[in-house]
Design a protein around this ligand. Structure first.
Ligand code: IMO
Ligand code: MG
Length: 445
């Protein structure tokens, strides 16, 4: 017996409805490459349907760009859902927060007349990024010399380090004004010992205390038990959307270690970083660029200077957080397929398709060769990933402007063929094809 709605002869009638139902779901959005996949834009588009948008890991190392009309917003800590009126945004327990950066971001939104009152909440369990974390990170990167990770220098690694070492301070500590001074004094003293050992610049307790007390006053109204709020939303059958930061290959466990960030950027991190029960997740949407980019150090098998030069000459692929030019390369189906497996990706959003509009030929890496052997997975050791030789399949380019397409059928046949081919290699369904930064440059497939 097949339910009526699934019977082939009925499907054309119900298809639009199925499309609507597809959206009534709790969804985790993850980057399936090395970050900067265009997650901010896709979140913004999907937020139209969702009720609650949650950040659950990472910190101000993320840079999510959203274009609304003529205005461009770059969000680092605040969920991109904030740009849609009436949507509730949660910053979950798994995020590390620099209170001063967060206040700066709030000021930026205020200037652009985005009202956050009553719809932004910050977990009281989220850990703080402190000025000594930044200093420690700068020292650690300096010591590594040419082997440095190339971090965003936002203090992310040392803040997560303190969390795991159980010496961190949390939002709950920040707004507990009675005890803040004593807690800070102890931590600054301990951190300064380490900084001195590294030959770095000690931080002043007085300056930190003043800066953080000021930020605490501003942030206090936003601090809440977001885990409970999330559960209340689930009980009320609200739709929840998780805004992943970074990408699968920057994941502390699944990424190209040690050239990674310090959080779980994969879908499991959305649950632990917010209190979301895994069995309440309906879909995992992987966001991928139609090619690949990476910023910072570390192995990148399909890196190619020609495609990099072309994209940079088009004014594309400069980092939203640090302004660094991103490294660029061909689409890597080996890495992305593995990303789909570890995240449970069942839906895809493919972005930056228009970045390939000019190319006569487009290459896709379908396997790696490592020491003469063909492999279909990403090796564990970064030196091995450095050594792999990509095996490429070549697709004809469409050499047509795609930026004005409104429907899937408007895309050139060669572009559709390319996109369907990579989706097949990853074994996931394309939900969204994105052909530019604007909201209306989005095709639902
Ligand atoms: P979004 O959310 C791209 C990279 C850094 C560095 C490594 C570790 O915008 O996709 P960290 O400061 O996190 O300790 O740096 O991770 N990185 C990102 N690359 N997009 C991001 O975020 C990134 N966040 C961190 O460049 O290689
Ligand atoms: Mg970014």
């Amino acid at each position: 017996w097949t339910p009526l709605i699934l019977q082939p002869q009925i499907q054309p009638v119900f298809a639009p409805l199925v499309g609507v139902f597809c959206f009534m779901a709790n969804r985790i959005l993850v980057g399936a490459q090395w970050g900067d996949e265009g997650k901010g834009k896709i979140i913004d588009v999907l937020t139209e349907q969702a009720d609650v948008v949650v950040r659950s890991q990472g910190g101000a190392n993320a840079g999510h760009t959203v274009r609304v009309g003529a205005k461009e917003y770059i969000l680092h800590l605040i969920p991109s859902g904030i740009l849609r009126r009436g949507k509730v945004c949660l910053i979950g327990n798994g995020v590390v927060i620099n209170p001063t950066s967060l206040v700066g971001e709030l000021d930026g939104l205020k200037q652009k007349k985005v009202n956050v009152k009553g719809r932004l909440y910050i977990s009281d369990k989220a850990h703080l990024v402190m000025p000594y974390h930044r200093e420690l990170e700068a020292c650690a990167e300096r010591v590594k010399g040419k082997n440095k990770i190339g971090t965003t220098l936002r203090g992310i690694g040392p803040a997560y380090g303190d969390k795991i070492a159980r010496t961190g301070l949390r939002m709950a500590d920040l707004v507990d004004t009675k005890n803040l001074e004593a807690r800070l004094r102890t931590r600054v003293r301990e951190a300064n010992r380490l900084i001195k050992a590294f030959g770095g610049k000690a931080v002043s307790f007085k300056a930190v205390y003043e800066e953080y007390s000021k930020a605490a006053r501003r942030l206090k109204p936003f601090v809440a038990n977001t885990t409970k709020m999330l559960h209340d939303a689930l009980v009320a059958k609200k739709e929840v959307l998780f805004e992943g930061a970074q990408g699968t290959y920057l994941d502390i466990d699944q990424g190209t270690y040690p050239f990674v960030t310090s959080s779980n950027t994969t879908s499991g991190g959305a649950c632990t970083g917010s209190g979301m029960p895994p069995n309440k997740v309906d879909h995992v949407l992987g966001v991928i660029k139609a090619y690949t980019t990476r910023v910072g150090g570390g192995p990148f098998p399909t890196e190619d200077d020609d495609i990099g030069d072309m994209l940079h000459n088009m004014g594309r692929e400069f980092g939203a957080t640090t302004g660094r030019p991103r490294r660029c390369g061909w689409f890597d189906a080996v890495a992305t397929r593995q990303a789909a497996q570890v995240n449970g990706i069942d839906q895809l959003a493919i972005t930056n398709i228009d970045g390939l509009d000019k190319l006569p030929e487009i290459r896709v890496c379908t396997a790696y060769k490592l020491r003469g052997k063909t492999i279909d997975y990403v090796p564990t050791i970064s030196e091995d990933i450095e050594q792999v030789k990509p095996v490429y399949e070549t697709f004809p380019g469409w050499q047509t402007d795609t930026t004005k397409a409104k429907t899937w059928k408007d895309l050139p046949p060669k572009a559709r063929r390319y996109l369907q081919a990579i989706a097949k290699m990853i074994d996931a369904k394309i939900l969204i094809a994105s052909i530019g930064p604007a909201r209306n440059q989005t095709i639902f497939v």
